[in-house]
Design a binder for this molecule. Structure first.
Ligand SMILES: [Zn+2]
Length: 227
């Protein structure tokens, strides 16, 4: 059960007031997919993860927070994703991802391109979902080589899933399950990805499908609770 609340906010970029819906709390009733995609009950809240100013288009978790760019620069940053008119929510995530990328925040940029892919997954628009995964992969690929072990683990596993979902099975099979960033459970997840890649399986799969993965099943808390 998720709780929502409406607020009037003033955009930090243009000064216009608007009503925004914030997520007070959220919960989910199922496990995640291999890429962390939550169960439908939590996916429903994705439309509240980011706010968008209806006047200037500024996108942030909370648009009362100042931007590091002028309105004109933000527009320029968002422009490549204006064409995503078939899915305004995916466009919002992709635009914010692009902004985060300009800010040098690769982990969050990666995650927000992934969220855009999830929107297209739910719409059954495979080509668009694949395009969003390709953007996410650019970041995941670099982050998977990170010197920080804790960061590397998440992105090694995410990279494997992104590649498989994009049909790049040979690249998944080349990945090293002996990477020292992976603990035993993570190793099983990478092996599971490889088994699926061998079957040329591009579909979403849940962690719950594999008994070895259940021991550390984590449902990530919604990252965008209203503050
Ligand atoms: Zn604004």
């Amino acid at each position: 059960m998720s709780t929502l609340a409406e607020y009037e906010v003033t955009c930090a970029v243009c000064g216009e007031k608007s009503r925004q819906t914030g997520l007070g709390s959220s919960s989910t009733d199922g496990g995640t997919d291999l890429d962390g995609r939550p169960a439908p009950s939590l996916r429903y809240t994705m439309q509240y993860w980011l706010q968008e100013c209806p006047n200037c288009g500024y996108i942030e978790r909370n648009i009362t927070l100042p931007a590091n760019k002028t309105a004109a620069k933000l527009k320029q940053c968002y422009q490549p994703f204006d064409e995503l008119t078939d899915a305004p929510l995916a466009a919002r995530f992709a635009k914010y991802a692009c902004y985060l990328s300009h800010e040098g925040n690769s982990p969050d940029a990666c995650d927000h391109f992934l969220y855009a892919a999830w929107v297209y997954d739910d719409m059954k628009k495979a080509t668009r979902a694949r395009t969003m995964r390709r953007f996410a992969l650019d970041f995941a690929h670099d982050l998977a080589s990170s010197v920080l072990k804790s960061q590397r683990c998440r992105y090694v596993l995410l990279k494997a899933d992104l590649l498989r979902r994009m049909g790049r099975f040979a690249a998944v099979l080349e990945m090293n399950e002996k990477d020292d960033a992976l603990d035993e459970r993570d190793r099983w997840q990478l092996i599971f990805e490889k088994e699926l890649a061998l079957l040329a399986d591009e579909a979403a799969h849940s962690i719950e499908e594999h008994p070895k993965l259940l021991s550390k099943m984590e449902v990530p808390p919604c990252p965008h609770l209203w503050k």
